[in-house]
Design a protein around this ligand. Structure first.
Ligand SMILES: Nc1ncnc2c1ncn2[C@@H]1O[C@H](COP(=O)(O)OP(=O)(O)OP(=O)(O)O)[C@@H](O)[C@H]1O
Ligand SMILES: [Mg+2]
Length: 365
């Protein structure tokens, strides 16, 4: 830059020194030597002062602003806000403003890109998941229309299979709806006091058949209390426990020497209750642990497809627990098993006398 700090400082220093010397020369009795010294001193000090002021407070900051603007123009956002605290120099403050504005924008752009990729992926997953049962049902119905309808045994068999595919489709759409409603906060949690142990036992009764078929022992931890009251949405917590126990049954080891089991443990803390569902199933590799709570995420796509999973169960679990200001934790070792756990708020101790308790049971039923 032609007009840099040094050039401006020299120009100003010459002016100041000339004016000072000119004034001094008007005074009588001042020697030529004194005038020269005065000129040199005035020049030197004004040069230094002007140069330092311009270079460190103005030109350096202006150059930095240019650098930032150039980086922004080249869409190179990988710079950080170097300025620590707010500065008294207005130019430095402008620079800091540009830095923080640019990094905010960068974050926004990255978030938008991530969302766009997520939407694309989600759309592809939904269409793929919807296509499978529709395609199957369509196949059976067209085969019937093409003449198979005349054969009574084939007719019933195909209609049953078509109905099963459509049931699967219905389940998938229901899960998707629940998930999207949970995400936009449309589903409000209906908090009630209820006996968690009873819900766990209900779920176990419901899945007992499935467990027996796979020769899996469903058991409770030895210290499981008879009753334990919690403050939560009863239906949704039922859904959470159902999803976790179903997974534990579904992802048991395929061919295992040792007997398979699923254990439910309930631990009572001061304010919260911890529920854990453990299994000695196939386990989840470490690199998948963070992702299994994403929609449609399955560890082994092909294998879990065979067991009918769509990868929505844990996403729903996560959202329900987040709405309860809780979260689901998972520990897993491949080949050894997994433990999923979460906490719920306990019923306050001051609570109801036995008569009132009965009231509550009735109410939440
Ligand atoms: N207890 C478990 N043991 C081993 N793997 C598990 C266990 N629970 C979940 N997983 C893995 O996490 C993935 C995601 O589970 P999630 O419940 O979300 O989906 P899904 O069971 O495949 O389908 P859905 O629950 O919607 O029917 C599963 O596909 C499975 O690979
Ligand atoms: Mg599941």
């Amino acid at each position: 830059m032609l007009l840099n700090a040094r050039a401006v400082a020299i120009l100003l220093a010459v002016c100041i020194a000339t004016i000072t010397t000119a004034f001094l020369s008007l005074t009588e009795g001042v020697s030529q030597m004194a005038l020269l010294v005065a000129f040199m001193l005035a020049f030197g000090s004004s040069y230094l002062l002007t140069f330092i002021t311009l270079e460190f407070f103005i030109f350096r900051e202006i150059n930095r602003i240019y650098e930032v603007l150039n980086k922004l123009r080249e869409q190179e956002y990988a710079f950080t806000d170097e300025g620590a605290g707010p500065s008294s120099n207005p130019l430095k403050r402008i620079n800091q403003e540009i830095y923080s504005y640019a990094s905010d924008k960068q974050r926004e752009i990255e978030e938008l890109k991530r969302m766009a990729a997520f939407r694309r992926e989600f759309l592809a997953d939904v269409s793929h998941e919807l296509k499978t049962p529709i395609f199957a049902a369509q196949g059976y119905i067209y085969t019937l229309l093409d003449g198979a309808v005349k054969d009574k045994t084939v007719r019933t068999k195909f209609l049953k299979k078509a109905a099963k595919s459509l049931d699967g489709l219905d389940l998938l759409v229901q899960d998707l709806l629940t998930l999207s409603q949970l995400e936009i906060g449309q589903i409000k949690m209906h908090y009630v006091y209820f006996d968690l142990i009873r819900i766990i036992r209900d779920v176990c009764d419901q899945v007992e058949g499935k467990a027996e078929k796979k020769e899996i022992v469903l058991r409770f931890d030895a210290n499981m209390p008879e009753q334990l009251w919690v403050w939560a949405d009863k239906q949704r917590i039922h859904q959470v426990i159902m999803n976790l126990i179903s997974n534990a049954i579904k992802y048991s080891k395929e061919e295992s020497e040792e007997p398979s089991w699923v254990e439910i443990k309930v631990e009572e803390g001061r304010h919260r209750v911890k529920v854990s569902v453990s299994d000695n199933g196939r386990g989840i590799p470490q690199e998948h642990l963070n992702r299994i709570f994403e929609r449609f995420y399955r560890v082994e796509k092909s294998r879990s497809k065979g067991s009918g999973g769509t990868g929505l169960g844990l996403a729903i679990v996560k959202h329900i627990l987040e709405a309860h200001k809780s979260r689901v934790e998972v520990k897993s070792v491949v080949g050894e098993g997994s433990t999923f756990s979460f906490k719920l708020k306990k019923k306050k101790e001051v609570a109801a006398k036995p008569a009132e308790k009965q009231e509550l049971i009735k109410k939440d039923e």
